[in-house]
Design a protein around this ligand. Structure first.
Ligand code: PXL
Length: 267
């Protein structure tokens, strides 16, 4: 049995967060385990705004202790953390043992939120958790914010953003072009630190499916990478499988009364 562990927020509609992570783990045949960092409840009476409640840091630490005492976990995904206190707690927990893989989805903003809503949280994530990641999966906006490159218009720009984010500490970065990247294709660029010489660059591209954002695509992608790494795949092969998995899930998207359709992990 392979085990995949996630530290992330709950999002009750099932379109994002730990609900998506656990569905993805199950679908890819790994035993899913999880620790909740915060609870997001959309407000249907206020244009689906995010109501956000952080979990007490001591309770996050308790969950981490329970999960890691019950299994010898080697592979973890980090999703939404939400506050500087949570980031301190999770960074300390991650550093308390060795990991083969730490996959970080650097959630700086959720769909529907304003950019830069919580700069202290974004900065803490960059300083304290990003350096612990073996694989980071920034989306277009997060890649701009983390790399400092204001305009990502070409595949070379995505690769350069990835190289700059590598300099912040992770061993590999997948920059996701998504809907915001110009052109007909959904392009992801994997940049990996090499033993010697410049970082390697690999491009994964499929035609975009529609022009609308789909909720849970980023969560599904990072969770699928995590599941594949837990099964022993290389980073490159994990990214390839995850891209195919999320593409299928977007093709079979589920509509909801929320402003965004959501990924169907069971497709
Ligand atoms: O999609 C990013 C995300 C991650 N985790 C949780 C969320 C969201 C966006 O809403 O609520 C818990």
């Amino acid at each position: 049995m392979h085990f995949a562990y996630v530290i992330a927020g709950s999002e009750a509609t099932g379109g994002a967060g730990i609900q998506v992570d656990l569905k993805t783990f199950q679908q890819l045949g790994v035993y899913g385990m999880g620790t909740i960092t915060c609870i997001v409840s959309f407000d249907p009476g206020d244009n689906w705004a995010h109501r956000f409640v952080p979990i007490d840091p001591a309770v996050i630490a308790d969950q981490f202790e329970a999960a890691n005492a019950s299994q010898d976990l080697t592979t973890v995904k980090i999703g939404m953390l939400g506050t500087p206190e949570t980031i301190d707690t999770v960074a300390a927990a991650l550093k308390s043992k060795d990991w083969r893989h730490v996959v970080l989805d650097p959630v700086l903003i959720c769909k529907g939120q304003e950019p830069g809503a919580a700069l202290s949280t974004d900065n803490a994530l960059k300083e304290k958790v990003l350096p612990l990641a073996t694989v980071a999966t920034p989306n277009y906006f997060e890649a701009q914010a983390l790399s400092g490159l204001p305009s990502l218009q070409t595949v070379d720009h995505l690769a350069e953003a990835g190289r700059r984010i590598l300099d912040l500490g992770p061993s590999a970065v997948v920059v996701k072009g998504g809907i915001d990247f110009p052109g007909p294709d959904a392009v992801d660029v994997l940049v990996q630190r090499a033993a010697a010489g410049p970082p390697s660059v690999e491009v994964f591209s499929v035609p975009k499916i529609g022009q609308a954002r789909v909720s849970g695509a980023g969560c599904t992608f990072a969770a699928a990478i995590t599941a594949e790494l837990a099964k022993g795949a290389s980073v490159s092969s994990a990214v390839r499988t995850a891209k195919a998995f999320v593409t299928r899930g977007i093709e079979h998207r589920v509509s909801a009364h929320t402003p965004f359709d959501t990924v169907w992990q069971g497709a």
